[in-house]
Design a protein. Structure first.
Length: 194
């Protein structure tokens, strides 16, 4: 559900672009992001820090696009957002000695320290690469191709990356499932050996 909500403004941007062009699509994306944050606050009672960052980036770069009538600004927006996310992960690791992914997901995943480091670094590199790829598409293709890439290419690459992460993490899940019953059997005093 959360993944759907995160891509909701992108989908509306895509539809608005096809109907009315880049400037109307930019305005729709700004409004959709604001509505999404209001809904999140109403539903959860708070707004996550990354949602605030996303709002700030879309308002600044989208606003610059609308004020100047220059689509370059909105094309930079995904790259800036990707780089902020990747940079935040690396700053947390190198400066604050904290793995922000571990802090966010430790209740759902039990992983060894090395796996958490691999996860953090792979996501940070993925975001860095996506930011660079977005600019390459924006600078080498027309706006319609960039908009199509933003929705289908970005979503597709994210899906493939998540699947690769799932394959990597699955070996730790299997180890956990195997060791837990063994540990429980060792503690079970009702079992008797013949």
């Amino acid at each position: 559900m959360k993944l759907f909500l995160d891509f909701f403004p992108i989908a509306l941007f895509f539809i608005a672009f096809k109907l009315w062009g880049i400037f109307a699509a930019t305005a729709v994306a700004i409004v959709a992001t604001i509505v999404l944050l209001m809904w999140s606050w109403r539903k959860n009672g708070h707004i996550e820090p990354m949602q605030w960052v996303s709002l700030g980036v879309i308002v600044v770069f989208g606003g610059a696009t609308l004020l100047t009538h220059d689509e370059t600004f909105i094309k930079w927006k995904p790259s800036i957002l990707y780089w902020l996310m990747g940079g935040t992960l690396w700053v947390g690791e190198w400066v604050f000695k904290r793995n922000f992914l571990r802090q966010l997901m430790s209740e759902q995943l039990k992983l060894p320290d090395t796996a958490w480091r691999v996860l953090l670094n792979s996501w940070a590199m993925f975001f860095a690469g996506m930011g660079a790829l977005n600019l390459w598409v924006a600078n080498n293709f027309d706006t319609e191709t960039w908009v199509n890439f933003k929705l289908f290419g970005g979503l597709g690459l994210m899906l493939v990356f998540v699947l690769i992460q799932g394959v990597y993490l699955s070996r730790f899940m299997q180890d956990e499932e195997i060791t837990e019953p063994a540990a429980n059997d060792a503690c079970d005093t009702t079992k008797h050996t013949p």
